[in-house]
Design a protein around this ligand. Sequence first.
Ligand SMILES: Cc1ncc(COP(=O)(O)O)c(C=O)c1O
Length: 449
Amino acid sequence: MSRDALRKTDVQHHLHPFVDPMKLAEGGVRMMVRGDGVFVEDAEGNRFLDGMAGLWCVQVGYGRRELIEAARRQLETLPYYNTFFGTTTEPVAALVETLGARTPGDLNTFLFANSGSEAVDSAVRLVRHYWSLEGRPERRAIIGRRFGYHGSTVAAASVGGFEKMHAQGGLPLPDFHHILPPYPFESGRGEEPEAFGLRAAAALEEKILELGAENVAAFFAEPVMGAGGVIVPPDSYWPAVQEICRRHDVLLLADEVICGFGRTGRDWGCQTYGIEPDLMTMAKGLTSGYLPLSALALGGRMAEVLRRGGVLQHGFTYSGHPVSAAVALANLAVIDDEKLVARAGGAQGAHFQRGIRSLAASPLVGETRGVGLIAGIELARDGAAGTRFEPAGHAASRAFALCLEEGLIVRAIREGLAICPPLTITEDEIDTLVERLGRALGRLERELR
Ligand SMILES: Cc1ncc(COP(=O)(O)O)c(C=O)c1O
């Protein structure tokens, strides 16, 4: 079948995530065919600097022989076996050991799944199961945040705070609640950022008191909110949230699906912000997206209770897939050998953030923000004053299209752009990224004027 025929079938019979099928049918689908380093290429031979690391996940870049060879070796030795009913495999056991040495504190008991959504879904079940075992089954409520993204399964989408997602499928499920996110550009204009951070944290306590602390199981939150628009919290936010969770005995889950594995300049986003969570979810950068794998890390408090809680009635056929685990081990070795986390937290990350900040000079940029190798740009009709465009979303989707024309992939989120390149990106490649983004913003400005 020719590529054109394949594309046609794809558009007609493949329901794509987060795309309007009618618009896709009109505009056609782009077929990606290969990748190397921080670049990907489509079937027409257009080459793009991938400023989104795939979908916030390709930490080590494309085409890494170490990961490919690890997958090949494991496929030849034992392509599949499960972890049900008292079995394990060597790569999975080794991954438990390796991950346990990287996770902070006593977060060293792991449950494996295939996606971030499944890890979050599993966390919802396990925190409720934990409270039942503790004799507190009424602690069921899960609190998330508006613009929090935690996945697409019914529980994960219920934790998430997107009305458009909730509208499809009758969500959120009962006992899921959402509070104000620490998003100064949206809700704290004119307020001193640290005061706003405390106000956003106080929203958690208000919700806990409204529901009754005795009914609240956990607060689920990303250290930096990714898919909600790269929302970087003021410094005052996390210490206050931590204190509120402790005081009301509410479990704190750090969703590290984007922040984990070096993205914010430390191994974990919770280290960047001094958070000590009770449990943590991870995916994406765990295998650099080469194969699906996610994990839920439990601290000693939950792990001890669950260990004595009888048969765990939970698991997936691919919980701890040996080939994914082998790739994860190779991926973590590359991250360590090339000191990618220290680079993201050091010169490379600083160079990237300077480059993104330089774009604030554009009259269309309301705000730039970021940490490590993740950044967000807020587009506004009149730059610093921050007035939003009407209709919302148009400027960002045009900016996204113009970036593609300039050979750069970013992501449009509401009226902003997200940038999250592979951690392997060099300073020269960062300069290329910023130049292309700057050119696209310049063209957008001329278009909108
Ligand atoms: C913070 C966070 N949690 C969970 C998920 C869901 O992960 P997945 O798409 O692998 O199900 C995502 C995906 O972007 C995410 O960013």
